[in-house]
Each structure stands twice: as structure tokens, then as C-alpha cells.
Design a protein. Structure first.
Length: 400
């Protein structure tokens, strides 16, 4: 499956409800949108955003190819995970399709000693932090509760409770500041999570205590089926003003802009200048999760308009026109992409079933009589299936 065909295969079904219409969105030239690479694949020179552009001024062709590779392989992994779910190999999957630039750009802006707090869609950030992508799938297959050691890559386990990781990130950042370290913390959340009280509390505490944390909001414009305009009357990045720290809106489909702005924000944090809110204005081209049908609530015209701003095609156009990247590079990357998809599929299918009794472990440090009772009841329930199966086997073979 090619990069282009992957996107096509993930296109939502055509909608029939005429009442739904495409939404307007800020484009190139919008004064509040930091953009360094246009949807047509051309560098954008904007004096108003020179402070951010300076962070990628010396980026090399090899580094650009690295960003492109990251996005392509992340998309391929994401497409394979979606296929695995459709085939019953995963219980659920939350796709990042369309958000590759926001995640790869910001993820590559972090240092090894920075700490990352994700939600559950940050597969590209996990890739940047060196987490094996197959480890992400264990939780969605139900064989573990995460599958990786957060301290090995400074990448926390996925957080399902919406917005709560921003509080964890703020507390961790406050600790970093007290320790006198010059590292920073970055917390990822979506536009829907921005309406949660936990996020508001995080903004308050991080501002008051000048915590070295970057709040990275991937505004993909849909909190499941709820559009952003149903949640806020102002652009999300402007919320930071009320808490006393800066907010920046960046083109979330522009990997260069995401890289530059996140580097800028992390450097602010490391210098002791406190938190920053980065709103990456992007689009979820697929479903919220594999249990969702976006054709029920959004217009085909809207999706098609954003597909024209595809972050991967945007950078490929630039590489083809402005660097010495040839077709051989893209062919090799396509082969690497297919190999990754095959490895992911093989690893997932080989994952062992979890120990069914493990859910009762570590519930209480010193044990609990109620948990012991529930464990015994569950064990008896499981044993009943074994007994019935054995009885059926004996009856079917004519045994006495």
C-alpha cells in the first residue's frame, strides 16, 4: 500500500445529509497562523514570524528527508493498525491520519532529557521518542496496560482520561524547576480536551509557578462529532492570555513550522520563562477512532479541502523542487514502509494472550479481602468454560 493509496483507503464514506456544510479555516497569510511551508510546498517568508523561522534557518536537506521519513513511516504504521482493528486483531484504534506534521515536528523539537505526556493519539511523537511502534498496540489489543517503560524514553504511558495528563505534566514540570534542571516538559491534548477543567487547572498552576511546560494542543477541529466552534468563541491559543503566558497558533500541517515553534517554546521553558500554549491547527482526516463514522457529522467538501493540504505531500513537493532528493529515495522509503507494515502485523498476531487473573494484581499494595473474593469468583467463572469444553470433547469422542 503506497503513501497516496493509504490516504485514499482511509477516506470516509460520502455523506448524504445536505444540512452539513464545510467549515472555513485560516489559510496562508492569516496573521495569527505561523506557516513556513505553504500547502503548495513553497517556503513562506514572513517577517512577522522571523523569530520562529530562525529555529529552522539552517536545516539541511538530510534533516528534511528525516522529517519526511518520520511522517511516511508513522502514517504507514497508523494505516496498518487501522487494518488490524478492522480484521479483529485490535479492540480499538485512534488514528492520527492528517496530524503527522504536528506530531513529528513537535516531537523532533524535544531533547532526550525532556519529558513527554501524551494522550492516546500521539503515535508520531512516540516514534520520535524511540518507542517501538508495536509496543503501542499491546494496549489496544488488550494484552498490557501500555507496553513500555516511561522512564526509558521519557515518554509517559498513553492517557485515556481526557485532559488529566496536563496536570501530571504541570506537576512534573514544577518538580523539574525545583530540581534546578534545564530540561522541559511537553503535554499533548486535543481541542476537545481544552474544555476540560483539568486543562484549566494546569494552565493556572503552570503560570503561577512558572513551570517549564509546553501545552501542545492538536486542534483537529472535531472533538469526536463536536466542532470547535461549539466549544469556544475565540481561537484556542488566545486562552493563554487569560492565564498570563503566551499562546501561538501554528499551521499543524506544516512540519517545519511545528518544529520551529515547538523549539521556540521549549527554549523559553528551559530559560525559566514559564509555560507556552501551542495550538497546532490541523485536521483529523480519518475517524476519531475505529468505532466512529465521521460521515455522519462532517462534510465531504471540508475533508477534501484539507486533503489538499496533506502534510506529507507538502514536504515531498518541497523536497522534489528544492533539494537533490531523487525518485530512488522515495522508492527506498516505500520499501521500508511496507517492511514496517509487515513487521507490525507479524508482531501483533504473535502477541500472547494476557494472564486473565492479572487484573486483580496490584490493585492494593497489601491486598484486600474484596479483591480476593472477586478473584475467586472470576477464577470459578473461567473454570466453568474449561469444564464445559472438556465435557463436550468427551461426549463428541464417544467416551464414557
Amino acid at each position: 500500500m503506497t503513501v497516496d493509496s493509504t490516504a485514499a483507503a482511509r477516506t470516509p464514506r460520502k455523506r448524504t445529509a445536505a444540512k452539513k456544510s464545510a467549515k472555513k479555516s485560516p489559510g496562508a497569510g492569516a496573521p495569527d497562523l505561523v506557516q513556513l511551508l505553504s500547502p503548495e510546498g513553497r517556503r513562506v517568508e514572513d517577517p512577522a514570524h522571523a523569530e520562529y523561522a530562525a529555529f529552522v534557518e539552517d536545516i539541511t536537506a538530510d534533516e528534511l528527508r528525516g522529517l519526511y521519513r518520520d511522517m511516511v513511516l508513522t502514517r504507514r504504521f497508523d494505516a496498518e493498525a487501522t487494518s488490524l482493528q478492522r480484521q479483529g486483531e485490535l479492540g480499538l484504534w485512534a488514528s492520527l491520519l492528517g496530524q503527522e506534521a504536528a506530531q513529528i515536528g513537535s516531537g523532533r523539537a524535544t531533547r532526550d532529557d525532556d519529558y513527554v505526556f501524551p494522550t492516546y493519539r500521539e503515535h508520531g511523537v512516540a516514534w520520535c521518542r524511540g518507542v517501538d511502534p508495536t509496543n503501542l498496540l499491546g494496549m489496544f489489543r488488550g494484552v498490557n496496560n501500555g507496553g513500555w517503560d516511561p522512564n526509558s524514553n521519557n515518554f509517559h504511558l498513553y492517557t485515556i482520561v481526557i485532559g488529566s495528563q496536563t496536570l501530571h505534566a504541570t506537576g512534573y514540570a514544577m518538580g523539574v524547576a525545583k530540581d534546578g534542571a534545564d530540561s522541559a516538559v511537553i503535554a499533548y491534548f486535543g481541542d476537545g480536551a481544552s474544555s476540560q477543567g483539568d486543562v484549566a487547572e494546569s494552565f493556572t498552576f503552570s503560570a503561577v509557578y512558572n513551570a517549564p511546560v509546553v501545552f501542545f494542543c492538536q486542534n483537529n477541529q472535531w472533538a469526536i462529532s463536536e466542532p470547535t466552534e461549539k466549544q469556544t468563541r475565540v481561537p484556542l491559543y488566545q486562552r493563554a492570555q487569560g492565564y498570563g503566558f503566551p499562546g501561538v497558533r501554528v499551521d499543524g500541517n506544516d512540519v517545519l513550522a511545528c518544529l520551529a515553534v515547538t523549539k521556540w517554546a521549549l527554549e523559553r521553558a528551559r530559560r525559566g520563562e514559564g509555560p507556552t500554549l501551542v495550538e497546532a491547527f490541523t485536521y483529523r482526516m480519518g475517524a476519531h477512532t475505529t468505532s466512529d463514522d465521521p460521515s455522519k457529522y462532517r462534510a465531504d467538501e471540508e475533508r477534501e479541502a484539507w486533503e489538499a493540504k496533506d502534510p506529507i505531500l507538502r514536504l515531498r513537493t518541497y523536497l522534489e523542487s528544492e533539494t537533490d532528493t531523487d525518485e530512488g529515495y522515495f522508492a527506498e522509503l516505500e520499501a521500508e514502509s511496507e517492511a514496517l507494515g509487515l513487521r507490525v502485523r507479524e508482531v501483533v498476531r504473535a502477541m500472547p494472550d494476557p494472564d486473565r487473573m492479572a487484573i486483580f494484581e496490584n490493585a492494593y499494595a497489601d491486598g484486600h479481602s474484596l479483591v480476593d473474593e472477586e478473584r475467586a469468583q472470576f477464577a470459578a467463572y473461567q473454570a466453568s468454560f474449561t469444564t464445559e469444553s472438556d465435557s463436550d470433547s468427551v461426549a463428541g469422542s464417544g467416551g464414557n
